[in-house]
Ligand binder design. Structure first.
Ligand SMILES: Nc1ncnc2c1ncn2[C@@H]1O[C@H](COP(=O)(O)OP(=O)(O)OP(=O)(O)O)[C@@H](O)[C@H]1O
Ligand SMILES: [Mg+2]
Length: 447
């Protein structure tokens, strides 16, 4: 708005007029018809309507002001109002709203407060309700919490009163136009080429891999990258709450869970979809996030002909990921003794990759651990590679080394059976450096 209107008085006048015209426009909207029209047609009709309402307004004289008003009102009516421009900003990864006056964005791993504001809490709630209703979801006092995926793929969670105390809380994870690839993760120092090469080889050879990490630590991004190493001739099924994965392969059967409808019926859970996936003859099953009793079915699938399956889980350490899996299997309603659950986990899961969002915002793969068995209730697992932080630099970003630990992974045998031979230098306990061009040339790391 600054570009066109400079004084505060004009800004206030502009906002007053915008609100007034928006209200008049909304009162005239034929919602039933809108749902049958495409975005282009809707925008054209709204533009005509706004210009008609503006005809009686003498306060706004310039063509630019009219244009701007028109765009902003259309955004208010159709889209996300004040946050529309943040949503289309490619440098923004998350938009986080704590009530009408506190809108934050995450850029490059760091949170920034913006000067975007909603008129009031009702304005904010009106916009979230519109997003929710477009997704066939309801948001009101009796149902004050909602998860939805917008048509552009972005994931939204909203909580309103009476649960949200100081105004509505909205968290939006934007869907990047193009997802990060293996080479991007290396360029961003999330991991070293040697680590990517090892993980890619594990995927190709059919190891079952659990990607673990806290919220927003880069799990889904890594899962997407890892899935790119699945051979093209295999049938993959993906199961997600909100479809975020973008696999490169052609042969992918994608499924998404469904929440209950307004009458509380028709829910389809991750667990239902895993059971169904088993009847679809998949070679690999990818579970976007394992967070409930489906852990049991996933382990069964991993042990019965769907080797090379991948899933993410919320945990802060590779070892904790396995304990969490135990707990989730416990939620399956099957009355299984702990020793049995542990035995299943130890034989189903081969590799745990731990992601972490470090202080300063950088996301890294901090541990690649191999699970080799269970001994007296303790998982036998070791770090194959990890990131060891030594401190932070002037910008608050972590300094440290990626390294191996002098342990030859047991899975190398399985990799060899698949015809994959990795350099022993990857595992001899040294710190990884990028100054080893022979690795790139000879091994073709990012095929
Ligand atoms: N290595 C990385 N470097 C920079 N940005 C990254 C990296 N990995 C992921 N991101 C970005 O961080 C954000 C969060 O990533 P992602 O969705 O993969 O995390 P997540 O752990 O799956 O989150 P959630 O717990 O919410 O599901 C995304 O915007 C993604 O593009
Ligand atoms: Mg995720």
């Amino acid at each position: 708005m600054e570009a066109v209107i400079d004084s505060q008085k004009s800004v206030d006048e502009f906002n007053r007029l915008k609100k007034q015209i928006h209200q008049k426009l909304v009162s005239r909207l034929n919602l039933a018809r809108i749902n049958t029209m495409d975005d282009f047609e809707i925008r054209r009709e709204l533009r005509l309507g706004i210009n008609e309402l503006l005809r009686n307004e003498r306060n706004l004289v310039t063509k630019e002001e009219r244009e701007q008003l028109c765009e902003e009102i259309i955004d208010e009516t159709l889209g996300l109002g004040p946050i529309e421009s943040l949503m289309s900003d490619s440098t923004v990864s998350d938009v986080l709203i704590n009530g009408p006056n506190n809108v934050y964005v995450e850029r490059k791993g760091k949170l920034e407060k913006t000067n975007v504001r909603f008129h009031d809490n009702e304005h904010l709630i009106e916009i979230i309700k519109r997003v929710a209703s477009r997704m066939g979801r309801r948001l009101d006092e009796s149902c004050p919490m909602v998860d939805a995926r917008m048509s552009n793929g972005s994931r939204v969670n909203a909580v309103i009163n009476p649960l949200a105390i100081d105004g509505a809380l909205v968290s939006i994870r934007l869907f990047p136009a193009s997802p990060l690839e293996a080479s991007d993760l290396i360029t961003k120092s999330a991991l070293m080429p040697q680590m990517m090469h090892f993980l890619g080889a594990c995927v190709k050879a059919g190891m079952n891999i659990l990607v673990s990490g806290g919220t927003g630590s880069g799990k889904t991004t890594l899962l997407n990258v890892l899935s790119s190493f699945i051979p093209k001739d295999q049938r993959i099924t993906t199961i997600e709450d909100a479809a975020e994965l973008r696999l490169q392969q052609e042969h992918v059967a994608r499924m998404e869970t469904r929440p209950a409808n307004l009458e509380g019926k028709g829910e389809v859970t991750t667990r239902d979809l895993i059971k169904n996936a088993l009847r679809m003859r998949p070679d690999r099953i990818i579970v976007g996030e394992c967070r409930g009793g489906e852990a049991f079915d996933m382990l069964q699938a991993m042990m019965t002909g769907h080797e090379g399956s991948l899933a993410t889980i919320h945990a802060n350490h590779a070892r904790d990921a396995l304990s969490r899996l135990e707990m989730l299997v416990g939620m399956s309603g099957m009355d299984l003794p702990l020793w049995f659950i542990q035995k299943q986990i130890a034989s189903a899961i081969n590799i745990v990759v731990q992601c972490r969002r470090l202080k300063g915002g950088q996301r890294k793969v901090v541990q690649i651990s191999e699970v080799v068995g269970i001994d007296n209730g303790n998982y036998m697992m070791h770090d194959v590679m990890s990131f060891e932080q030594r401190g932070v630099n002037d910008q608050g970003n972590p300094i440290g080394d990626f390294r191996s630990h002098g342990i030859m992974p047991h899975c190398l045998d399985k990799l060899r059976e698949s015809g994959i031979e990795l350099p022993t230098s990857y595992f001899d306990g040294r710190v990884f450096t990028l100054e080893r061009p022979e690795i790139n040339r000879r091994q073709g790391i990012l095929t």
